[in-house]
Design a protein around this ligand. Structure first.
Ligand code: CU
Length: 206
């Protein structure tokens, strides 16, 4: 019995040691780093079972007539707050399929909350200020990260095994603005990938 317990321990320990991190560097066709790209990993190509909790706040604030952050990652069904820190009023909306909403004219320090049920994207705008554009990427996996100013996104604690890795950016030239990476499985060690994406020019309306 002791031997079986010991073998079981070894198996469990090596199992946990197989978790690795994936670092994806996102570049444009010009070779420059692309921030605000969303990298998602679905182990076994499947959605995460059970609740998903990301460490960042589910919040899109309006400040200096801009949405901040420009891109936010949330899990499907999440509630997102939209605090207005400007002195002017905003009228925030999304026409995106499955995630339509409208927050009629509201002023400073008034918080509004919206539930986003559909996996995909909510492209957000303001009826008053055409130049206000933002995106909420609604995901079905706990393994998601956004590229930083250096174009780098890190996803930690990935289990070993088959994976589907995708990169999304609001201006990526591809169906659904998304591209699947060639990486199809995670080994025990950490992995690094560089992906080049073709971006279109941003538009004022969507
Ligand atoms: Cu506005």
């Amino acid at each position: 019995m002791k031997l079986i317990a010991a073998l079981l321990m070894v198996a469990l320990m090596s199992g946990s040691a197989l978790a690795g991190s994936l670092t994806v560097t996102v570049r444009g066709a010009d070779g420059k780093p692309v921030p605000d790209a969303v990298v998602t990993v679905n182990p076994d190509g499947q959605p995460t079972r059970g609740p998903i909790k990301f460490p960042w706040p589910y919040r899109v604030q309006q400040q200096n007539i801009q949405f901040s952050p420009f891109v936010l990652i949330v899990s499907a069904g999440a509630e997102v707050t939209f605090p207005n820190l400007d002195k002017v009023r905003h009228h925030v909306y999304s026409f995106s399929a499955g995630n339509k909403f409208e927050l009629k004219l509201y002023g400073r320090e008034e918080n509004r909350t919206v539930k986003l049920p559909a996996v995909g994207v909510a492209a957000i705008g303001c009826n008053i200020h055409d130049r206000m554009i933002g995106f909420i990427k609604v995901v079905d996996t706990a393994y998601a990260a956004k590229s930083d100013a250096s174009g780098v996104a890190v996803i930690a604690d990935l289990p070993a095994g088959p994976v589907v890795v995708r990169v999304w950016h609001p201006y990526l030239r591809a169906p659904e603005n998304e591209k699947t990476l060639p990486l199809t499985s995670m080994g025990g060690a950490s992995a690094r990938e560089t992906v080049t994406i073709d971006l279109r020019a941003p538009t004022a309306h969507h």
